[in-house]
Design a protein around this ligand. Structure first.
Ligand code: GLU
Length: 444
């Protein structure tokens, strides 16, 4: 059996880190099993769905290195949903209701006052044809509810284990609005059937929905797929993720924070699993290491600082070939492999490479506190051509000549050459700066 899964975002906002996690885990699930990955745009909410969000979702997925085998849009499938809706009406599983929102609210309050669960009382099932006609004559339009069977609903969730609901504990959900438009639940189940989904991976905020969906699959004559409900991310303290804590959507993480896609992929693929968080530079390794069974029920904490640390670790091990395109993107197309290998241990974010590019190529304001010492050192600069040993040869000579050692010896040279107190290894940096600029910075 080929695994067939989908990621089904609603294009009503930017791709949030939590949704990106669901997308990635679903995608890894497919790729690890050579399965099929469908991108389904859940745009039944015509007012809130926007093309710009759909585009941003696609951009975000592509940025993280995810591709899709097929794409569908719910908006394009309305005729098809209507066929299925007619079937459900004919079989009596969808029934018309005429209560206004105010009437429903009154019912709810009176149930709560009597300490009863606020379940829909199914009064509409008792309506005669005359009563329905009378409502219509008043200009009322029906909304339609799905009649739940009062039977147990069970499934073996790939993350949560055995799950059990009772149909009798659940209100009959509204599946069609007064204006005739179908709600997400119905469209989602119809799509999951038509696109032959074998597994549905989504957030645990959908667990109760799944209980309803299981009965909808059956009402439409289909066997429900397997389900995996992932716990939702919290902030580093275990609270609700909030915008106030920093960047939470992929666009911000990429454009404002300047993070690498592989940092996000590495973190999201391990957060909430029994495996340690590790830096990956190639998504193929992430696929090879993926197993949904490793995802637990505990709430995974998303900490942007952890993401930044992982970003640094990834840069420190990223080969030149894998970063070349990114360097071009940030305007460092001339930065070659030797340069990359020299500066990568000093990067937290890729943009930091711009600073080291400037240090190597100028402009640099040399910091010279002891001009006599620097003048002395300048005189001892080895002959060209320089090699990686040049730095060692040079400082040995300066050491012998001036009697300085350790920090007293290195720091004034570093400050004169770079204008800074820290940075990449001087043995390598010296070669990147080159003889001409070195002499100039030393004032000779
Ligand atoms: N559009 C729904 C959401 O974004 C999809 C949930 C599902 O995977 O079925 O929550």
């Amino acid at each position: 059996m080929t695994v067939r899964v989908r990621f089904a975002p609603s294009p009503t906002g930017m791709l949030h880190i939590g949704n990106a996690r669901t997308a990635l885990i679903t995608w890894l699930y497919a790729r690890a099993k050579s399965g099929h990955f469908l991108l389904r745009i859940d745009d039944t909410d015509l007012e809130r769905s926007k093309k710009e969000y759909e585009d941003a979702i696609e951009d975000g997925l592509k940025w993280l290195g995810m591709n899709w085998d097929e794409k569908a849009r719910q908006r394009d499938r309305m005729d098809h949903y209507n066929v299925k809706i007619d079937q459900l009406k004919a079989s009596g599983r969808l029934y018309p209701c005429y209560e206004t929102p105010e009437e429903l609210e009154l019912k709810r309050k009176s149930q709560l006052a009597r300490k009863l669960p606020p379940l829909y009382d199914r009064e509409a099932l008792k309506l005669t044809d005359e009563q329905k006609k009378a409502f219509e004559a008043q200009g009322r339009k029906p909304h339609w509810r799905f009649k739940m069977n009062h039977t147990p609903i069970k499934w073996d969730d790939e993350v949560r284990g055995p799950v059990h609901f009772e149909g009798s504990d659940m209100s009959d959900p509204v599946l069609i609005r007064e204006d005739g438009s179908p709600l997400y639940h119905l469209c989602s189940v119809i799509d999951d059937i038509d696109y032959q989904m074998t597994h549905v991976v989504r957030g645990e905020d959908h667990v109760t929905n799944t209980a309803m969906h299981v009965q909808m699959f059956e009402a439409l004559g289909a066997k429900p797929p397997s389900f995996a409900h992932l716990p939702l991310l919290s902030d580093a303290q275990g609270g609700k993720l909030s915008k106030r804590l920093g960047a939470l959507n992929l666009k911000e993480l990429r454009d404002q924070e300047g993070l690498e896609a592989m940092a996000v992929v590495s973190l999201l693929s391990r957060l909430g699993t029994s495996d340690p968080i590790e830096p990956f530079t190639d998504i193929k390794d992430v696929i090879a290491n993926f197993d949904i069974a490793k995802f637990g029920r505990g709430t995974p904490k998303f900490d942007q600082e952890e993401l930044t640390r992982l970003n640094a670790k990834i840069l420190h091990i990223t080969p030149y070939a894998a970063i070349k395109a990114r360097l071009e993107e940030i305007g460092l197309s001339e930065l070659d492999e030797k340069f990359w290998l020299t500066v990568r241990p000093n990067l937290e974010k890729l943009d930091d490479a711009k600073e080291w590019w400037r240090v190597a190529n100028g402009p640099v304001e040399p910091v010279i506190e002891d001009a006599a010492f620097i003048a002395e050192a300048a005189k001892l600069l080895p002959e060209t051509p320089w090699t990686r040993d040049t730095w060692g040869v040079w400082v040995d000579a300066v050491k012998v000549q001036t009697g300085r050692k350790g920090k007293q010896l290195f720091m004034p040279l570093r400050k004169a050459l770079t204008g800074m107190e820290h940075g990449p290894e001087l043995a390598d940096l010296l070669l990147l700066i080159g003889p001409e600029k070195t002499r100039k910075r030393l004032g000779t």
